[in-house]
Design a protein around this ligand. Structure first.
Ligand code: TPP
Ligand code: DXP
Ligand code: MG
Length: 629
């Protein structure tokens, strides 16, 4: 059936039983395709009927759907002309795993970070009204994404705005892990109460339908009506904010969703349509383990096991295990996540110390200020967070933690390039945005061992500490020099001559060591400095080594603007040391998706590219050894 669908218009020709077959085909296609490419599977399996219904009722060339996070937009992509390219999803030069306006006229807003959809949709609806246009605007937001502060801010605004706007709450009772918090409990009450699910009218209808209360209640007890409304009317919370709440409805019943969506089109004002779906639907393993199949590497369909299994410990696991060890020794250690216990390696901590573990939902801003509150009270909070999501909480880092010099530890996972998730998810900016913040100590480990030692160091430090490390396996360096971590001190990893002074940040040291060896073969002598502390910098070492070398190189997986290279250049300028610092880092651009090695090659960060660049510099006839004062 899927072969017959070349555009959303083709859906309108299908009968109900054909839609059922189509839904099955789409699920098969998704499992087959994602098992080869990797990607977000379970969320997409859950929204097949919902997406089919949306494309039946709306015309997405005009009507605007905003997919929150956007990881569940695969079915939408398949239905909107991207089926032929679907095998390229998340691969370099392939289609993105998230909605992209550049990719299709059916995509109306780019997403990747959670909880933005209602704000964006309200913006679209407000612009539509100013322009006197007529299109519909729909935000599709998950129950996890609804826990994000922005979603509440937008509901608050949208409810009062009275704009025609449909918010579809796709409730599958899961974030990546189990959803958490009071709102999740509230949705659960709506779902599980049979009165709620049977009665979809307004409060009068509801009350008259309960014989024990009856019509007299309505006549005689206006105030009581409000109380009863809170008890019985599903979605009263949303109603009070100014939304018309509809639901909950079965998100796998295509014709019911179509019917409700059609009537939503004719109801004025903001509507919240509560749709219940099952994450992973149709693929037994994903139904059983929706968290494991949220985002997957290529896997075998029969077993669900990854095709290439990498047994090496990841940086996230090192961080999580180290926190457990620290917490065993010190009762003040607490761990915080914003809905990413698995990804950040905190699951063992959650299991071992449930009372000292806090999953705050997708609420990075809250997580940081919550950590500040605990720190003020004598605890040692560790917030493990992906670099890209910490962007959300910048003001909280500055205003609530660093201004008060509180001993909060930021374990910044997924720093640098993350690969296939692409531009919304790379951790390209954390050095640039954290470095100017007073009181903050910033470190980056060269390998797993050093991450462990840095966390132990941070536990003893008085003041906020950020430790940034990349996605994936922790490097184990043979013969690594295990100097203890000392505040503001870097480590010389290689001494082989005075031509190039190479400063490497974090895991780039592994590359840099090989680079030094290759340069040696080309008769270029070098020294390698593992720049453990991005802040405070090891100024004494820097000045000494810079003066002793002909050229200076900084290798970092952060934006060059505001990165370590630019900071070292500024430092040398301050000391009137006239030396050019050559930074090998990320350009002033949003980096596309693709595997990390391809991207390193593309942006000059691969070993080969760096060796070539340094070799060319030293071969250049124009090369002058600038004398240093
Ligand atoms: C600001 C931010 N924090 C964390 C994430 C990581 N993340 C992506 S999807 C997701 C769970 C979303 O749950 P839900 O909205 O219910 O969607 P579902 O996958 O269940 O359909 C999380 C935590 C993110 N994308 N953005
Ligand atoms: C959509 C989203 O934001 C997450 O699912 C993210 O893709 C997880 O990334 P990792 O695979 O690096 O944990
Ligand atoms: Mg969910």
């Amino acid at each position: 059936m899927l072969e017959q669908i070349n555009s959303p218009d083709d859906l309108k020709k299908l009968k109900n039983n054909e839609i059922k077959i189509l839904a099955e085909d789409i699920r098969r296609f998704l499992v087959d395709s994602v098992s080869k490419t990797g990607g977000h599977l379970a969320s997409n399996l859950g929204v097949v009927e919902l997406t089919l219904a949306l494309h039946t009722v709306f015309n997405t060339l005009e009507d605007k759907i905003v997919w929150d996070v956007g990881h569940q937009s695969y079915v939408h992509k398949i239905l909107t002309d991207r089926k032929p390219q679907f095998h390229t999803i998340r691969q370099y030069k392939g289609i993105s795993g998230f909605p992209k306006r550049y990719e299709s006229p059916h995509d109306h807003f780019d997403t990747g970070h959670s909880s933005t959809s209602i704000s964006a949709a309200l913006g679209l609806a407000s612009a539509r009204d100013l322009n006197k246009d007529k299109y519909a605007v729909v935000a599709v937001i998950g129950d996890g994404a609804l826990t994000g502060g922005m979603a509440f801010e937008a509901l608050n605004h949208a409810g009062q705005s009275k704009k025609n706007l449909i918010v579809i709450l796709n409730d599958n009772e899961m974030s990546i892990s189990e959803n958490v918090g009071g709102l999740s409990n509230y949705l659960n009450k709506i779902r599980t109460n049979t009165v709620y699910s049977k009665v979809k009218g307004d409060v009068e209808n509801l009350i008259t339908s309960i014989p024990a209360i009856g019509k007299t209640v309505i006549k005689t007890a206006g105030k009581a009506k409000d109380c009863i409304k809170y008890l019985f009317v599903p979605g009263a919370l949303f109603e009070e904010l100014g939304f018309k709440y509809i639901g909950p409805i079965d998100g796998h019943n295509y014709s019911e969703i179509c019917k409700v969506l059609k009537s939503c089109k004719n109801i004025p004002g903001p509507i919240l349509l509560h749709v219940m779906t099952q994450k992973g639907k149709g693929y037994a393993l994903a139904e059983k383990f929706p968290d494991k199949f949220h985002g997957v590497n290529p896997f075998k369909i029969e077993t669900g096991k990854p095709i290439s299994s990498n047994k090496n410990i990841t940086y996230s696991e090192v961080a999580g295990n180290t926190l457990v060890a620290c917490a065993e020794k010190d009762k003040r250690v607490v761990a915080i996540t914003a809905a990413m216990p698995g990804g950040t390696g905190l699951s063992p901590f959650a299991k071992r110390f449930p009372e000292r573990f806090f999953d705050v939902g997708i609420a990075e801003q809250h997580a940081v200020t919550f950590a500040a509150g605990m720190a003020v009270s004598g605890y040692k909070p560790c917030f493990a967070v992906y670099s890209t999501f910490l962007q959300r909480a910048y003001d909280q880092v500055v205003h609530d933690v660093c201004l008060q010099n509180l001993p909060v530890i930021f374990l910044i996972d997924r720093a640098g390039l993350v690969g296939n998730d692409g531009e919304t998810h790379h951790g390209s900016f954390d050095i640039s945005f954290l470095s100017p913040v007073p009181n903050l100590t910033i470190m980056s480990p060269k390998n797993g061992w050093e991450l462990e030692k840095m966390i132990e160091f941070a536990m003893q430090h008085h003041g906020p500490v950020a430790i940034r490390y990349p996605r994936g396996s922790a490097i184990t360096m043979e013969n690594s020099i295990k100097n203890p971590i000392a505040l503001g001190k870097s480590e010389i990893l290689y001494e082989g001559g005075n031509d190039a002074f190479i400063i490497a940040v974090g895991h780039m040291n592994a590359y840099a060591l090989k680079i030094c060896e290759e340069l040696k073969e080309k008769s270029i002598g070098s020294t390698l400095c593992n720049f453990r502390f991005i802040k405070p910098m090891d100024e004494t070492m820097l000045i000494k080594q810079v003066k002793n070398h002909k050229k200076v190189y900084v290798i970092e997986d952060n934006a060059k603007i505001g990165g370590v290279g630019s900071q070292i250049q500024a430092l040398l300028n301050n000391y009137r040391i006239l030396k050019e610092v050559n930074t090998i880092g990320l350009p002033d651009a949003f980096i596309e998706h693709g595997d990390v090695n391809t991207l390193y090659q593309l942006y000059g960060l691969s070993i080969e590219e760096i060796v070539n660049r340094i070799t060319e510099d030293f071969a250049s006839k124009n090369f002058k050894n600038i004398r240093i004062r």
